[in-house]
Design a protein around this ligand. Structure first.
Ligand SMILES: NC(=O)c1ccc[n+]([C@@H]2O[C@H](COP(=O)([O-])OP(=O)(O)OC[C@H]3O[C@@H](n4cnc5c(N)ncnc54)[C@H](O)[C@@H]3O)[C@@H](O)[C@H]2O)c1
Length: 251
């Protein structure tokens, strides 16, 4: 069995959420020492350390990095997966809600990456994986602040890759389509008939299925590993072909 991350140290924000949890488990299975950093407590894993962290709070971010510095002295893999989604058009989005979505999705990615840099520089080959979304390329109706925040993460990913590539730090973004997590379940719940919605969502995918957190963890693992040493500054869309086709009119 592959142990492609043996000896590496990884920190995953949003690490106890749907995708973050699968990522933590995969990175640990591949031999990494893993810190799952999240607002919510973890499931009491063996071999994965949970850190309580609000990614929007700079003092908490600095304290988390100090803890990793004290115990590991470096960071090889940073996964910025903490995120929130609010379903509103701009007309119904208060400034407070807009700022909160940007605080978690964009500022959180900025703050955690900024304070991780000294530790990432200690790695022999560091990889940062941000979480964008297909919603950063095309829009779901009624998701304005979220779409805008993911577009910002995409731009930030390229900027970070440019600035820190020469220091041996690769930066990429994973841009998932529909992934079966609590975030997607809450989206379904807000739109009524879950069974027909699930089937409609399946039908717009070329693969006729939506994704699992493990599908995403497979890509995150590859980007984290040295196999991806030539991959940087890119937005990796993983969406079952969702965005490859024009949606046909039902005639
Ligand atoms: N599920 C999907 O269909 C989908 C699609 C595209 C992109 N994404 C992105 O993938 C990432 C993970 O999403 P998910 O589906 O696992 O969502 P999720 O809701 O299951 O998990 C998100 C996690 O982020 C944590 N979090 C929220 N605010 C935080 C904060 N201030 N500080 C620290 N942690 C915080 C939550 O506690 C939660 O554990 C997000 O960035 C999301 O935008 C998800």
């Amino acid at each position: 069995m592959s142990k492609g991350l043996q000896g590496k140290v990884a920190l995953v924000t949003g690490g106890t959420g749907g995708i973050g949890r699968a990522v933590c488990e995969r990175l640990a299975k591949e031999g990494a020492v893993v810190y799952a950093a999240d607002l919510s407590p973890g499931p009491g894993w063996q071999g994965i350390e949970t850190l309580r962290l609000d990614v929007t709070d700079e003092a908490q971010v600095q304290a988390a990095m100090q803890q990793v510095a004290r115990t590991q002295g470096r960071l090889d893999v940073l996964v910025n997966a903490a995120g929130i989604e609010v379903e509103q058009t701009i007309e119904h989005t208060s400034l407070e809600v807009w700022n909160r979505v940007f605080a978690v999705n964009v500022t959180g990615t900025f703050l955690v990456s900024k304070h991780a840099l000294p530790l990432l520089r200690e790695s022999a080959g560091a990889s940062v994986i941000n979480f964008g979304s297909y919603d950063g390329f095309i829009a779901d109706p009624g998701l304005a602040a979220y779409c805008a925040s993911k577009g910002a993460v995409h731009a930030l990913t390229r900027a970070m890759a440019c600035d820190h590539g020469p220091e041996g730090i690769r930066v990429n973004a994973v841009c998932p389509g529909y992934i079966d997590t609590p975030m997607l379940r809450s989206f379904f719940r807000d739109h009524g008939d879950i069974a027909s919605l699930e089937s409609a969502v399946r039908d717009v995918h070329l693969t006729r299925r939506y994704g699992t957190p493990e599908d995403v963890a497979n890509l995150v693992y590859w980007l984290a590993s040295d196999e991806a040493r030539y991959a940087s500054g890119q937005l990796w869309v993983l969406d079952g072909g969702l965005t490859a086709q024009v949606q046909q009119m039902k005639l």
